[in-house]
Design a protein around this ligand. Structure first.
Ligand code: 26Q
Length: 752
């Protein structure tokens, strides 16, 4: 049957007569039917990717692409006066992740299915996911983000498991999200929930009664954990997730007739950061119930489980007080105690290695490292830092467990869907094999001196800037000039990512323009990102940026040359519009702090040039494109680690010793911004920069301004810039998540 007939039948009316909602429902149904035609991917051994976050983004467009019918559907709707992108826009976006770690999990599921490996995701069905960000009085406010809808992408199942929290036993329900690969296989993401969860208990923003677990368990992703009840709720969530995962895995394996004694031959589990680490003791507990003795169970689980570390920030390395675990999951404590005892005996009661520390806190990562078979970092530099610094005691005893898996991104979403013009143009130049074999993008290098090709790629960039400008005008009410330079920093708000450094550059540039030094070409600085609800400093940086936006965009002396926009509620859909429009990709974390970054890869793939520190995957981007195609600045990770070790950095010295730094920092509490913003917030931000500056903003600020200036100057050498665009696209193939997944499979999972 042809697509037109199928869709008309599903609609029960002519396509031109349908409204957007009806069209969405019908296309969704059609997609689900086509997915159902693909059998689930089977194999001897199966992967379970357990993660507290899956930032999947909208599903419709991606599924149409992976089914190979996107263009056909697009043309069909257009023929009937409808627009597929409007239909896509009406789909609610599931925000089931904070940022990089959750988006990585979604990219991985796409690649696993594309490579036709059997591999399911396991996580939680948060009713609101991460909060929706709103701005009022130049400040962030958090409101619940309703995304569950009927009809929707999830399929309700009858699969249910009992989960025990002390005296309370709850019964879960599993929901499935289909994951199909690009011309590839069919896997699933299993999201667990409780029928008793009650959305009506949410009041006043994202506040709710944190004690009533049956009603609140899966309401939000990472509910505010600034208090004890919030932290305990995280433990409830994590245990609920892993207990369901473990029970599901054991059931599936038994149904297949596999011998649990040999689970390592049939099952691989990837533990995405420490949030699912309790799966190790939980699986051991369940295997003991199956009649397997503790020591053997621990060995089986070790063969199965592998751990990925995504951060070296101390506050993100989870340690739970034994008292919490005793209260929430008393049945696990004897197992965790047994695991700790094994370590105490084997390594002579060494506090660096013990799972339970002197204060009775349980170090989740240490469970993973002792009782899993693989420990991986997410970029080459990050893995080296883990081996030599953060996890050195573990590297000393388990060198064979450590390995690097540099992150990747799915090209289906981040070029084919988000930048179809560029994707199609690349086809005309080098054929379409790059779509499944990303490395062949390097064939584009033959056009290095081909002016027509370079111009066409740059024209597509301009088209994307026009599209993004319309989008920003519509969503934010700010009009942008597509002929200005688009300088973009979009990512979670965090001090280590140093959005404040970019904001200080904006002040620097503002002061220069006020002083009559106009840039050769107007510059548009785009920010986007959410701050954790309890993260005061990150919220202060948002405040500064919003105040600068107000000041600068309304100043007729300045706004023709400089514009600032802080996009609200930055999410996957916005990323797909903004990233293809970027000229400059801001990746300016303090060296050693950004484990990898994946936004950096998305920008590169879309032809933006990186302005970055030698941190995370920026280092690998630099090695691939060569130093003439990237702008690097700032202290190295070794220097930074040295400064931390010797307490050798005093931000006040940098403030006092540089007139220009002083001017910029003082401007934060100058009359212009105080007329707009909150004296306390701005004052605290300035104080922090002068006296704490834990992430060394002032250390790198001058170098940053210098290199950014060179970059803006180089933009005017249009031929040179266009060649940089081309090289960045051509060399980005390495960052396909297909490559990353092949490496996980080769070194860790051994699926087939
Ligand atoms: C931990 C304890 C208590 C509360 C929250 C958390 C928590 C929540 C989320 C800790 C970490 C996260 C998320 C981390 C994350 O997204 N890390 C990013 O992972 C990406 C994928 O590997 C990397 O590219 C980024 O560099 C890294 O920051």
């Amino acid at each position: 049957m042809n697509l037109e007939k199928e869709l008309t039948e599903l609609l029960g009316k002519p396509i031109e007569k349908a409204d957007r909602k009806e069209l969405y429902a019908a296309v969704l149904k059609l997609v689900k039917a086509k997915i159902a035609e693909r059998p689930l991917t089977q194999g001897n051994k199966k992967l379970y990717y357990i993660s507290a976050e899956f930032l999947t983004g909208k599903q419709l467009g991606k599924n149409l692409i992976n089914l190979g019918i996107y263009s056909e559907m697009d043309e069909l709707l257009a023929k009937h006066g409808q627009s597929l992108s409007d239909v896509e826009a009406s789909e609610p976006e599931p925000s089931l992740g904070n940022g990089g770690l959750g988006r990585l999990a979604a990219c991985f599921l796409d690649s696993i299915a594309t490579l036709d490996m059997p591999g399911d995701g396991v996580g939680l069905r948060y009713h609101f996911g991460l909060f929706k960000q709103e701005f009022k009085d130049h400040k962030q406010f958090e409101v619940p983000d309703e995304w569950l809808s009927e009809p929707g992408v999830l399929e309700k199942t009858d699969v249910s498991f009992p989960v025990r929290f002390g005296d309370l036993i709850v019964h879960s329900r599993m929901y499935n999200l289909d994951v199909i690969g690009y011309n590839g296989g069919h896997n699933q993401l299993h999201l667990f929930d409780l029928d008793t969860v009650d959305e009506s208990i949410v009041k006043d923003g994202i506040d709710f009664d944190k004690k009533d677990v049956e009603k609140n368990l899966t309401l939000f992703l990472y509910p505010d954990d600034s208090d004890d009840d919030g932290r305990k709720l995280r433990v409830y969530q994590q245990y609920f997730m892993v207990s369901n995962a473990a029970q599901y895995i054991i059931k599936e394996q038994k149904d297949l007739g596999h011998d649990l004694h040999h689970m390592g031959d049939y099952v691989a589990i990837q533990i995405n950061d420490t949030h699912p680490s309790m799966v190790i003791p939980e699986l051991i507990r369940l295997l003991i119930h199956e009649g397997i003795i503790f020591s053997e169970a621990a060995g089986i689980v070790s063969d199965v489980c592998a751990y990925t570390n995504h951060t070296i920030l101390a506050e993100a390395l989870e340690k739970w007080p034994s008292s919490y675990l005793n209260e929430v999951v008393p049945q696990l404590m004897p197992i965790i105690g047994g695991l700790d005892w094994g370590v105490v005996c084997a390594y002579n009661n060494n506090n660096d290695l013990n799972i339970i520390d002197k204060d009775g806190r349980v170090h989740m990562a240490k469970i993973d490292m002792h009782y899993g078979h693989s420990i991986n970092g997410v970029a080459a530099l990050h893995t080296e830092i883990l081996k030599n610094q953060e996890l050195r005691p573990f590297y000393n005893i388990y060198p064979e467990k450590f390995n690097n898996k540099t992150n990747g991104i799915t090209f289906r979403r981040f070029i084919m869907h988000s930048n179809p013009q560029l994707a199609d143009y690349i086809d005309t130049l080098i054929g379409s094999s790059w779509r499944t074999n990303a490395d062949s993008l390097k064939d584009l290098l033959q056009f290095y001196n081909d002016e027509a090709v370079l111009n066409r790629i740059d024209e597509i960039k301009r088209d994307n800037k026009v599209r993004a400008s319309k989008f920003v005008e519509q969503k934010e009410g700010v009009s942008l000039d597509p002929d200005s330079i688009f300088d973009v920093q979009v990512k979670r708000m965090h001090e280590y990512k140093r959005q404040q450094m970019n904001a200080l550059w904006v002040i620097y540039e503002y002061l220069r323009i006020k002083n009559g030094e106009k840039p050769q070409r107007p510059i548009t600085v785009l920010f986007g990102g959410k701050a954790a609800p309890a993260y005061y400093q990150a919220k202060a940086v948002i405040h500064l940026i919003l105040c600068l936006e107000e000041l600068i965009n309304n100043d007729p002396d300045v706004s023709p040359y400089l514009k600032v926009v802080m996009l609200k509620n930055y999410n996957v859909a916005k990323a797909e519009v903004i990233i293809p429009a970027a000229d400059i990709s801001e990746q300016i974390s303090l060296a050693s702090k950004e484990a990898s970054g994946t936004g950096n890869m998305k920008f590169m793939l879309n032809g933006a040039v990186t302005l970055g520190t030698a941190d995370g995957a920026n280092v690998e981007i630099g090695n691939l494109v060569g130093h003439q195609n990237i702008y690097t600045f700032g202290r190295s990770s070794d220097e930074v680690i040295g400064l931390y070790n010797t307490s050798g950095y005093k931000s006040i010295d940098y403030y006092n010793n540089s007139q220009s730094i002083k001017h910029c920092v003082d401007f934060i509490t100058g009359p212009e911004l105080l007329a707009i913003g909150d004296e306390k917030l701005l004052g605290d931000l300035k104080d922090n920069l002068m006296h704490k500056d834990w992430f060394m903003t002032l250390l790198d600020l001058e170098d940053y301004c210098r290199v950014k200036e060179t970059m803006l100057y180089d933009y005017e050498d249009r031929a040179k810039w266009k060649r940089m665009e081309l090289v960045n696209i051509a060399k980005s193939g390495f960052f396909s998540s297909d490559r990353t997944i092949r490496e996980y499979n080769r070194d860790i999972w051994h699926l087939k």
